[in-house]
Each structure stands twice: as C-alpha cells, then as structure tokens.
Design a protein around this ligand. Structure first.
Ligand SMILES: Nc1ncnc2c1ncn2[C@@H]1O[C@H](COP(=O)(O)OP(=O)(O)OP(=O)(O)O)[C@@H](O)[C@H]1O
Ligand SMILES: [Mg+2]
Length: 448
C-alpha cells in the first residue's frame, strides 16, 4: 500500500507540479486549494503526510498545522514558505511541523524530506511495536504456574526484580531459569539498558576471557584491533551468566573482582573501566557441592548468591502440567498456523503422569510436535512420541529397572484386578492361577 499525501496550495501550477512529482514516485496524492477544504479531506483520516503553503486564501498554513496537530498529532506536516517569511517557518517548526522548504521548491529536496519523514515514522512505529512485544514477552504473565511453589516464586521475582542484588537461579534443565532472568531484567529499572545472556559453557575457555572483558590491540596474536567485551556492552544493564558452574577457577577469580569493584580490565590492558552491572547467574549443577569440593570459589558463591531462587522440576508441580499444555497448544497453534485447540483425555493423562526429565522445555517441544502432526484439530495419544507413551506403562518401568519384577507384578495386580478376571490376569502376567492366588495372599491384595 502506498503512502498518501495531501498538498494544500492555492497556486495551481505549483500544486500540479508537486502532485506530478510525487505521483511519479508512487505516492497517492490529493490536492486542495485551501486549508478549510484540506481539513475536511483530512477527516477521513487517510493521509500520512501533508504539505501546506503558509499563505493561503482563508485560514493560513500555520493555523492549519495547529489544527492538524491538535486533532491528528501523528500526522506529518511539511511547510512551504516564501523566503521572506523564514521567521514564520521557525514558528511552524515550534508548532510541530516536521520540516519546511523554501520557495522556489527544488523537487529533489522536498522528495528527500518526505521520504525521510515517512521512513522515520515507520521506524518509530516499528520500535513502539517491538517494545510492546518485548514487554509482553517478559511480562510476569508469561511465567505459567499456579502451583503454590510457582506462585511463591513469581511473587518473589516481582519483589526482587528492581533490587540491585545479584540473583542465583537454580534448577534442572528446562525449568525456566532464562525465562525468569529475563522477567527480572525487563521488570527492573534497567529494562531499557542491555540484557546480555552469556552461556559460560558454550564459549571455549581461551576465548571466554576476551569475550567477557574485551581486549586491547596486540593483547595476543590475532588481536589486530581492540574489542569491547560483553561486560562493557552490558553497562548499565543486566548480565545473565548461564551455566556459571562451568566457569574455570581462573575466570572465577576475575569475575569475583568485577562483582566486588564493578570494574573490568580488558585482556592486555593496563587501565580499568568502571561498569555498572547487575548479575543474574544460573546453573543446573549442585553448586554448593562444587564449593565443598573446591571446584567453585566460596567467596564468589557468596557474591552471586545474594538472592537464590530455586525453580522446581515440573514433576514436583504436576498440577501445572495441564495449564502449561493449554498454554503451549495456544501458542503453537498460532505460531504454526494450525487450528488445534484441544487435547483428548487419554493424551492429557499421559502427559500428566510422565516424568518430564527435560521439564518445561521438553513439554513445550512435545506439544509443538503434536500440533505439527495432528490433523483434526485435536491432540491424541497417537501424536505423542513413543517414549512418553511407554514411560507411563509399568512394563517400561520394569524394563528400565525402576521397578523390580515383584513390585511390578504387585502393582499390575492392584491396578487391573477389577478390570479383568482371574484367568485373564494370570495370562497377562504369564503365571498360573494358583500362583496368582498365592501372590495375592502373600501381599494381602483383595478384590473390591
Ligand atoms: N513457567 C513457565 N511458563 C511458560 N514457559 C516456560 C516456563 N518455564 C519455562 N518455560 C519455557 O520453557 C523453555 C525452557 O526454559 P528456559 O530456557 O528458561 O530453561 P532453563 O532453566 O534456562 O534451561 P537450561 O538449564 O537447559 O538452560 C523456554 O522456551 C521457556 O520459555
Ligand atoms: Mg538456560
């Protein structure tokens, strides 16, 4: 869709030539000979930009500008003025005109001004949209969980978000450590400053120091220019150090100095640079054990561990599973453009009892996959991966050694004895009826 311009100009030759110029550039252009009729045309709200002369038969251009700004503040107005009234042009800028051009009009000049104005506005609109998206994305409402343990965490996160204190996030893989760290940053007064996530285990040890602290020219072979480190990039904002448990002892002591002095020294540099950083760290390892064993510095541990938030594994808050399932169904059916909005009871039951070693990330992936392959708008057992279906079964637990054959048999009898008769049960277990009877007596299992 092309942008629409309105030219308000009483000199017909000028108005016609401007119209021609902009039409040729692909704009849609209308003209009006007076401010009054121009205002009327503006009522339909279709114009993106107005070019107006100052001297007009009735209401003048400045007054038109004022009325436009009052009613449609987002519209761009460009003023055309004769050299003699440059002062008026200044007045126009104060009243909210985007720019002015002086007669005689140079086509290239006015074209450039219009182009820039529209581009700037598009960028602004995009920024506003982006910012809204980001805010929505890291809104606390994105952290799903109504279990008491999650509610407690969400409340705590809200309370500490704006504190300066460093935060340590603990929890198994996929429990939401990064999600929480973003929620903390984007709800703190640092929100408009950088949030820099760094995965300590993803960057090779020998590169990590210069990545974090930067380096000066000639610091090592290949350092042909100096480079800013991530800590300096993050200045004023938040650094999220993921997998902190994997940091080498050498870098641990360098990090400790940053935390203590809020100063960094680039590799090969002699000067320290002041920084203002908040640190959020995360690990899925048992960091206290690492401290005891001497592989993680105790003093650093105390520095990063001012506030600790431990994210519970999903299997310890099973009441949240259904909520998460519905949340991800909504999300992925939208993202993938598929109208899936239901899950049948059997499939939901399997998801609710599964062990979720990969926690929410695993659940999320499974829902995404199920939506991709489902055909009739509903997720069914057949859309779940084999592993998940199997884990729910006793057999799988027995096979993987989680249940002894004794316990397996006992659980099997308890579960199915009211659904099947004696012979059927015995057949399924591969034992005789007599043996089944003996087992029941031994374990004291009676029929309801
Ligand atoms: N409570 C939650 N509500 C909604 N989505 C969640 C929740 N927790 C985690 N997620 C989603 O699950 C995925 C994994 O979360 P995240 O990356 O934060 O986990 P993590 O703890 O950092 O895992 P890892 O230790 O493997 O890095 C992300 O896509 C995240 O948005
Ligand atoms: Mg993570």
């Amino acid at each position: 869709m092309s942008e629409r311009l309105l030219i308000v100009e009483d000199e017909e030759t000028l108005s016609a030539s401007l119209k021609r110029v902009f039409l040729r550039d692909g704009y849609e252009v209308d003209t009006s000979g007076s401010a009054e009729s121009g205002l009327e045309m503006l009522e339909n709200g279709l114009y993106d930009l107005i070019i107006t002369d100052i001297i007009l038969p009735g209401i003048d251009g400045i007054e038109l500008l004022r009325r436009i700004k009052e009613k449609f503040p987002e519209k761009i107005v460009i003023i055309v003025t004769a050299y003699a009234s440059l002062e008026t042009a200044v007045e126009a800028l104060r009243a909210g005109a985007y720019d002015y051009v002086v007669k005689p009009i140079i086509h290239e000049e006015i074209k450039q001004i219009v182009k820039n104005a529209l581009k700037q506005r598009a960028l602004q609109a995009e920024n506003v949209l982006l910012k809204k998206q980001i805010e929505r994305q890291y809104d606390f409402s994105r952290i799903i969980g109504e279990s008491p343990s999650m509610q407690k965490i969400i409340n705590e996160v809200k309370k500490i978000a704006d504190a300066r204190s460093n935060v340590l996030l603990l929890g198994e893989t996929g429990t939401g450590k990064e999600l929480v760290s973003r929620a903390i940053h984007f709800n703190s007064s640092r929100a408009d400053k950088p949030f820099i996530p760094i995965n300590c285990s993803a960057i090779p040890e020998n590169l990590l120091e210069s990545e974090l602290f930067g380096h000066v020219r000639g610091a090592f072979t290949g350092a042909i220019t100096s480079k800013k480190g991530l800590f300096e990039e993050a200045n004023g904002g938040t650094v999220f150090l993921d997998e902190i448990g994997d940091l080498s002892i050498g870098l641990q002591s360098k990090l400790l100095r940053v935390l203590e002095d809020q100063e960094i020294r680039p590799v090969g540099g002699t000067q320290s640079i002041k920084v203002d950083l908040r640190f959020i760290t995360a690990t899925n390892r048992d960091i206290e054990k690492a401290v005891k064993e001497g592989s993680f510095r105790e003093d650093l541990f105390y520095r990063i561990n001012v506030i600790t938030i431990k994210l519970p594994p999903l299997r310890e808050r099973k009441e949240d599973i259904e909520l998460l399932v519905r949340f991800f169904i909504q999300k992925y059916s939208k993202d993938l453009g598929k109208a899936v909005n239901e899950i049948d009871d059997a499939a939901l039951k399997i998801l609710k009892t599964y062990h979720w070693h990969g926690n929410i990330r695993e659940l999320q992936n499974i829902i995404e996959r199920a939506i991709l392959i489902s055909e009739d708008g509903i997720i069914k057992v057949e859309h779940l991966p084999e592993g998940i279906k199997a884990e729910g079964s006793f057999l799988h637990q027995a096979v993987t050694g989680k249940l002894s054959i004794e316990d397996y048999t006992k659980a099997f009898i308890q579960k199915y004895q009211n659904e099947f008769n004696e012979q059927q049960l015995a057949d399924m277990l591969g034992i005789t009826r007599k043996s089944l009877w003996e087992k029941r007596k031994r374990w004291g299992i009676t029929r309801e």
